[in-house]
Design a protein around this ligand. Structure first.
Ligand code: SF4
Length: 272
């Protein structure tokens, strides 16, 4: 066992459900989905975001991803060798009644797979949360671990795949297996959401699929600051993914992120 870097409490890697990890939504009794059919069944039964978060956080439906996330949790990156790793699926993070939903891709092996919270503990998250803070959408500019005090009442970050995939590349079958979790989450969130921000072209396609019945023809194309009106009251905004590569090469700059989240806040009625 190793001690959590902030709370000092000891944990196994991966973390056993309901043992006190900050923000762990599960209990030892939360049932793990064993395969794709089980994901469909449990997702359909979920009646609230906390219930859904708990079920997602113990899912074991994709054997390859379960092995990978747990292997990474045991092996650890050298710079985090003294820390316990979450090593479980990462549920959505943020408000259960958000005005803005941000669609990502999948957890990073040594970021969210280590900290247990979306975009927390890696360079992409550093850029994303700093921009969200500048836009007034989260309470602090840094996102270091799941007990750092980060909070929001206005946004939620969701993803189409909840386990860190090898090479950041889930298979089509794994994406399909995980989709019912996101569909169930969207059903619960949609009545509150005014703006979706898609981080990259794949997230854009995911967002269009979630709001399928409202998508105009021809299908809107992804671009940075591209806008798709998905019927009255729901706008989709495209944003390049704040990956290390995009930020390092200058394809995406902090000012470009600020433009997107200022647009999102304004359209969601959250700007001053
Ligand atoms: S990727 Fe999704 S469906 Fe597959 S094991 Fe992880 S949480 Fe479950």
């Amino acid at each position: 066992m190793l001690n959590h870097p902030r709370t000092g409490q000891p944990f196994d890697s991966p973390v056993r459900p309901g043992t006190g990890w900050p923000g762990d939504p599960a209990t030892p009794a939360t049932p793990p989905a064993a395969d794709a059919a089980h994901v469909v069944q449990l997702a359909d039964q979920s009646e609230s975001i906390p219930e859904l978060d708990a079920l997602i956080s113990v899912c074991r439906a994709c054997p390859r991803l379960v092995s990978w996330r747990e292997e990474v949790a045991v092996a650890k990156r050298k710079s985090f060798a003294d820390q316990p790793y979450w090593g479980r699926p990462v549920p959505g993070w943020g408000s259960p009644t958000p005005r803005i939903v941000i669609v990502g891709l999948a957890p990073a092996a040594n970021g969210a797979n280590r900290t247990g919270r979306m975009f927390t503990g890696d360079r992409s998250g550093d850029q994303l949360y700093a921009a969200l803070h500048r836009a007034g959408l989260v309470n602090q500019p840094t996102s270091i671990d799941a007990a750092d005090g980060l909070d929001t009442s206005t946004i939620r970050i969701i993803a189409p795949v909840r386990c860190a995939p090898p090479g950041n590349a889930p298979t089509t079958a794994e994406r399909n297996t995980c989709a019912p979790w996101l569909d169930a989450e969207w059903q619960l969130l949609a009545p509150h959401v005014r703006v979706m921000v898609a981080l990259g072209g794949f997230a854009w396609q995911v967002a269009l699929r979630l709001a399928a019945e409202r998508v105009p023809k021809p299908k809107p194309k992804f671009g940075h600051r591209a806008v798709a009106e998905l019927g009255p009251g729901l706008r989709l905004i495209g944003c390049y993914h704040p990956s290390q590569q995009n930020m390092f090469t200058g394809r995406l700059t902090p000012a470009m992120l600020d433009d997107v989240f200022a647009d999102a806040a304004r359209h969601a009625g959250l700007a001053d």
